[in-house]
Design a protein around this ligand. Structure first.
Ligand SMILES: Nc1nc2c(ncn2[C@@H]2O[C@H](COP(=O)(O)OP(=O)(O)OP(=O)(O)O)[C@@H](O)[C@H]2O)c(=O)[nH]1
Ligand SMILES: [Mg+2]
Length: 230
């Protein structure tokens, strides 16, 4: 008799109602994919980008942050995001019972680096179109560099961090998949990241599965979008 195959269901994020103080995201929509500057969407709004190794959890984090399942494509296969993907975001702040303020900004999902199947002759960390975007986008006000909480010691992440620091990009380190660590590992790895990825603001531990760190990261982004409107 044929045995029935057991299906192993991967845990899925449960979407959240918890929102931080200040502006909160009320709408998020995909707007464009680009590999050249003339394909970037028009506008002069503030931009917040997400970068990290392939499979580090960028797209999952974007969906968790926007509380929008399926906004960015998530995959167990590394190298899923191949283009620079732009999303328009509306954040709304209630100033009083009758007054509100809205902020329009772009969220940018960048292709992952360090994917083994990319061109091995390319000695750069990432393709030149990604470097062009990071170095030339006048709207880019914050780049969130994602580091896998389980593997903070990978040389390629250190290389990426050094490159970004040298280029003077405003950085926020986000430590992903924190739900996969026990408290001892978490403490050890966060200490390692503090020492090896020093930034103006502390690294934010994040779980897209549980939305851990969401309020902290949204508050950090709010500083940028509110500041950018002044
Ligand atoms: N347990 C857990 N798994 C996660 C988390 N974030 C992402 N994952 C899983 O990690 C895998 C990769 O996630 P993606 O969000 O597609 O990663 P990415 O960085 O966008 O990958 P590329 O687009 O290929 O560079 C998927 O199987 C996700 O379900 C998290 O916080 N916790
Ligand atoms: Mg992706």
């Amino acid at each position: 008799m044929k045995q029935k195959k057991k299906s192993v269901k991967k845990p899925q994020p449960i979407y959240t109602r918890k929102e931080p103080k200040g502006p909160r995201i009320i709408a998020s929509n995909y707007v464009a994919s680009a590999v050249r500057p003339d394909q970037y969407p028009e506008g002069d709004t503030v931009e917040v980008a997400f970068l990290g190794r392939s499979n580090v959890g960028k797209s999952s984090l974007i969906n968790s942050l926007c509380n929008h399942r399926g906004l960015a494509l998530v995959s167990g296969q590394p190298g899923k995001t191949k283009t620079i993907n732009f999303f328009t975001i509306t954040s709304k702040e209630d100033l009083s019972e009758t007054e509100e303020r809205r902020y329009e900004w772009f969220l940018v999902d960048l292709p992952g680096y360090g994917y083994a199947k990319t061109d091995k002759s390319n000695r750069n960390i990432w393709s030149s179109f990604i470097a062009d975007y990071i170095l030339n986008s006048e709207r880019l006000m914050l780049l969130c560099l994602l580091v896998d909480g389980r593997h903070p010691e990978l040389p390629i992440d250190q290389e990426a961090f050094n490159w970004l620091r040298q280029a003077g990009v405003p950085l926020q380190i986000v430590v992903t998949k924190i739900d996969k660590l026990n408290s001892k590992e978490r403490q050890q790895n966060m200490r390692f990241i503090k020492e090896n990825f020093p930034c103006e603001t502390p690294a934010i531990p994040y779980s897209s599965l549980k939305h851990t760190g969401r309020e902290l990261l949204l508050s950090r982004i709010n500083q940028v979008i509110v500041g950018g409107e002044e």
